[in-house]
Ligand binder design. Structure first.
Ligand SMILES: Nc1ncnc2c1ncn2[C@@H]1O[C@H](COP(=O)(O)OP(=O)(O)OP(=O)(O)O)[C@@H](O)[C@H]1O
Ligand SMILES: [Mg+2]
Length: 582
């Protein structure tokens, strides 16, 4: 007899389970998704010992017929897909017909269910995939799935589970995300007998944000409701005040499914560029709805990764959705009819965005035209949108407090403008403009060129980035070993009368080495702006204030300084009254 044998069903299912079910949260996901597919609008999730002992999920969906119960736990048994072509128009969460079979093979699984046609309900119990009990069972409409002793017959898997609290945290995070994409479903999560999280199912995503993140966050959200090219995008985007240090709070759902995708991340970065600081990430929770043939979700068994058929289109529409939300926010007298105005301008593409268009290889399953090195921004000039910048705003200048905040009144609102942050943003844009417009001599020559002796490290940095220094207006010469001669500095107005602007910038660039290579250039320009700008505690004349405000209003992104600090705080009468009653 040869060595090759056919595997038995249990072994096959256990192997398949390994792909889909790695830990308790995966069970919760599969079972809850089934409840959603069954049309439930109320789902209760009960967990014991991080899900290792018990996962019980009760829904009020359409239920499973008696005859379908045994089949449901068979591999490749699904009510959702009949043939391969259906994959292109699938809107349900499940379609493989694998989840219940997998779970059944590695736990004790109980299904209790009743459909609208059944007089009584039914119950089925399976252990390691074998049905050990089947009976009529009184229950209400819907399905209850009970998973006990998960991985009891897969000790290797069990061994790799984390502590109960950690496993529960995964479950909680997942359920909370799911609540975002299904605001009309009421979720209740119970851990070892305590209700941990609950939503009303009233359809309002802001209420769920409030539940999870608290009041401050809720107040800094901008709603998104955007549609273009059969792609609908709804949800919320955070303003500059709640920018994050990681992508953790960039949550995307595609036809209700939580997905990750590099194209979408890049597109969001592009949209947030300038509105959040360098190295910061915008906050958003967005639902994308589009025809199922626009993408392929069948890339990986956990269904997290997605590939888009037309990546450029997705990139553009996602960018527009976020950008117009950012622009709709009022800033320094922005008025209604300026919102969402699109117009063409050549944005200097500062931090280029990262992909090659892959026109030849446009077929459905084989493309991922993403490459971090050979980068090309897919947005054409007329895809970019900005706030309209040429406008007159009437403001009443009130004064400066703490030698730091300029106070002005515009249309019944009070603005506190941080003089340093605002000037910094202004200079930053000026330096970029100088470069963009190829101003031939964007340096102002020093009367007497200065020679600096540098440390080895400083010298190396200058040598390696000589082009960058030159590009942005430093006229430099290497002057023997470890010395540099500075003939000119960027042509902007310096308020900081420091003679050593070059050294200060160099120092800053070297001490802050954490920055990724990609960000060096952007940070460099930000540092030049910062060092040249008005500081807090410097006196400004009214003329200078006027200049600052007028020019700030002309910027595309006046909202924050390049490092992400807000340039302006806005208060209206209501806010002030609220403060006064505290
Ligand atoms: N809560 C539920 N309510 C109603 N029917 C259910 C429920 N859970 C499972 N079913 C039925 O059992 C079938 C098998 O479920 P299973 O999760 O194994 O497969 P699937 O959802 O079709 O595909 P996938 O493996 O991709 O999740 C489903 O197609 C559905 O008909
Ligand atoms: Mg399923």
């Amino acid at each position: 007899m040869g060595n090759i044998v056919l595997l038995d069903d249990l072994t096959i299912n256990k192997i398949a389970a390994g792909e889909v079910i790695e830990r308790p949260v995966n069970v919760v996901k599969e079972v809850v998704e089934n409840s959603i597919d069954a049309g439930a609008n109320k789902i209760v999730i009960e967990i014991k010992k991080g899900g290792k002992q018990l996962i019980k999920i009760i829904d009020n969906g359409k239920g499973i017929q008696k005859d379908d119960m045994d089949i449901a736990i068979e591999r490749h048994a699904t009510s959702k897909l009949r043939k391969i072509e259906d994959l292109e128009k699938i809107y349900t969460m499940g379609f493989r017909g694998e989840a219940l079979a997998s779970i059944a093979s590695i736990s004790k699984l109980t299904i209790i269910s009743k459909t609208a046609n059944d007089e009584f309900g039914n119950k089925l119990v399976a252990e390691a995939g074998d049905i050990i009990e089947k009976e009529e069972f009184g229950t209400q409409l819907g399905t209850t799935i009970i998973v006990e002793n998960l991985f009891y017959n897969v000790p290797v898997r069990y061994k790799f589970l984390k502590q109960d609290a950690t496993e529960f945290k995964y479950i909680k995070d997942w359920v909370q995300k799911e609540a975002f994409s299904n605001p009309s479903i009421s979720f209740k999560l119970i851990n070892d007998g305590n209700i941990v999280f609950q939503t009303s199912g009233n359809g309002k995503i802001e209420d769920i944000v409030y539940q999870i993140y608290g009041k401050e966050l809720k107040e800094n959200l901008v709603k998104v409701n955007y549609e273009e090219d059969s792609i609908k995008i709804t949800g919320v985007v955070g303003n500059t005040r709640i920018a994050r240090d990681s992508r953790k709070d960039q949550i995307i759902f595609l036809n209700k499914r939580n997905v990750r995708n590099q194209i979408l991340s890049n597109s969001a970065d592009q949209a947030f560029k300038g509105s959040v600081g360098i190295g910061k990430y915008g906050f958003f929770i967005l639902n994308l709805e589009m025809p199922a043939n626009f993408y392929d979700i069948n890339v990986h068994p956990t269904k997290m990764e997605v590939r888009f058929e037309d990546e450029n289109k997705i990139y553009k529409v996602f960018y527009h959705a976020i950008k117009s939300a950012i622009l709709s926010k009022d800033f320094l007298g922005n008025n209604e009819n300026e919102q969402n105005e699109k117009y063409i301008t050549n944005e200097f593409d500062f931090l280029t965005n990262h992909f090659i268009e892959n026109k030849e290889n446009n077929n459905y399953f084989s493309k991922i035209a993403y490459n971090a090195n050979k980068s090309k921004n897919v947005l054409e000039d007329n895809d970019l949108i900005y706030r309209k910048t040429q406008r007159e705003v009437k403001y009443k200048y009130i004064g400066i407090i703490f030698k730091t905040f300029i106070i002005v009144e515009i249309e019944n609102e009070l603005y506190l403008i941080d003089q340093h942050a605002a000037h910094e943003r202004l200079l930053y844009e000026q330096i970029k403009d100088n470069y963009k417009n190829h101003i031939s001599s964007n340096s102002q020559m020093m009367l007497i060129p200065e020679v600096y002796n540098l440390t080895h490290k400083e010298f190396e940095f200058v040598k390696q980035n000589l082009e960058m220094f030159k590009t942005y207006g430093f006229d430099l010469e290497i002057f023997g070993e470890n010395a540099v001669k500075v003939n000119g500095i960027p042509d902007i107005e310096y308020r900081s009368k420091s003679k050593n602007i070059f050294l200060e910038i160099l120092d800053e660039m070297i001490t802050n080495e954490r920055v990724s290579l990609k960000d060096v250039e952007e940070r460099f320009v930000a540092t030049v702006a910062c060092k040249a700008a008005v500081k807090a505690n410097m006196d400004l004349t009214q003329e200078e204030v006027d200049y600052l405000i007028q020019n700030l209003l002309k910027l595309k992104n006046p909202y924050t300084c390049p490092h992400g600090r807000p340039t302006t705080i806005k208060l209206n009468e209501k806010d002030l009254k609220k403060l006064a009653t505290l």
